[in-house]
Write a protein that binds this ligand. Structure first.
Ligand code: B1M
Length: 215
């Protein structure tokens, strides 16, 4: 198989053997971020489709996720970075009940490499922990990720909690994850939330929104 097809296959098949050599070859031809976006994410998309249609079982999805993580970790040192970490601070978490973190961690990498200080709390984070961290780290923005349909409801509840605690105006909230839609966030959630809530389709939109919020 040609290199790009082979790399994608490694994600889909959850195959670690030979991954690093292929990534090094890829790095000699294209920037690290492009490899993630155009090749590896395409592989994860296929995994999602196969799993969704019952053609792939969960343990294999997990293997693919591990290969994806290894690949991103291998590429990360090759990504462009700005030295300045002082553009702003964001607390980032996958919401309660949700273990998906590949997208959140990509957002972390993109924001960290572009001048933001990111406090990445990990997965399955209840709102109370997110709030504690936002206070402790004097965050400028709260970022929540979630991929399950259930997580879109949790996000709504989290915003309602900010409302009821009188904290809605304190932090703008950035939301992302495959189960969200722009309309749900910008119409439904924005309509009920007393503060500012924004939707990021991908990590780059997350960066653009952070830049806009911190301007
Ligand atoms: Co799960 N899973 N999974 N899974 N999984 C999905 C989400 C699913 C759509 C698959 C499917 O059915 N086709 C489906 C959800 C269905 C639904 O809710 N309607 C699903 C399911 C059902 C489940 C389980 C319930 C399965 C089970 O146990 N029976 C279970 C849930 C466990 C739980 O959370 N409690 C489960 C478990 C897993 C694994 C552990 C095996 C693994 C996750 C490993 C890990 O993350 N460490 C996994 C995976 C890998 C997937 C799919 C295949 C791929 C997700 C992924 O990493 N994509 C996924 C299918 C899909 O999404 N289509 C699926 C790549 C990643 C880069 O994309 O996270 O969307 P994403 O991030 C993007 C943007 O969304 C955005 O930027 C990123 C890229 O630029 N973004 C943000 C994300 N967060 C952001 C935050 C921001 C800004 C942008 O600011 C704050």
């Amino acid at each position: 198989l040609p290199l790009w097809e082979r790399l994608k296959r490694r994600i889909v098949d959850g195959e670690l053997n030979g991954l690093r050599a292929d990534l090094d070859e890829a790095l000699s031809q294209r920037p690290a971020l492009e490899i993630v976006n155009d090749v590896l994410l395409d592989g994860m998309k296929t995994v999602g489709e196969l799993f969704g249609s019952g053609q792939m079982q969960l343990p294999f999805v997990l293997q693919s996720a591990e290969v994806m993580k290894t690949a991103v970790a291998h590429l990360e040192p090759h990504m462009d970075k700005t030295d300045d970490g002082g553009k702003g601070r964001i607390v980032l978490a996958t919401v309660k009940g949700d273990v998906h973190d590949i997208g959140k961690n990509l957002v972390d990498i993109i924001l960290s490499n572009n001048g933001y200080e990111v406090f990445n709390l990990g997965i399955k984070q209840p709102m109370s922990s997110i709030l504690d961290a936002a206070k402790e780290h004097r965050a400028d923005v709260i970022g929540m990720s979630g991929l399950l349909v259930k997580s879109t409801v949790i996000m709504k509840e989290n915003l309602e909690e900010l409302n009821s605690r009188g904290l809605a105006g304190r932090w703008p909230v950035l939301l992302g994850g495959a189960a969200l839609t722009r309309a749900y966030v910008e119409q439904d959630l924005a309509g009920l939330f007393g503060g500012e809530v924004r939707y990021a389709r991908d990590a780059f939109e997350g960066l653009r929104l952070m830049d806009a919020l911190m301007a």
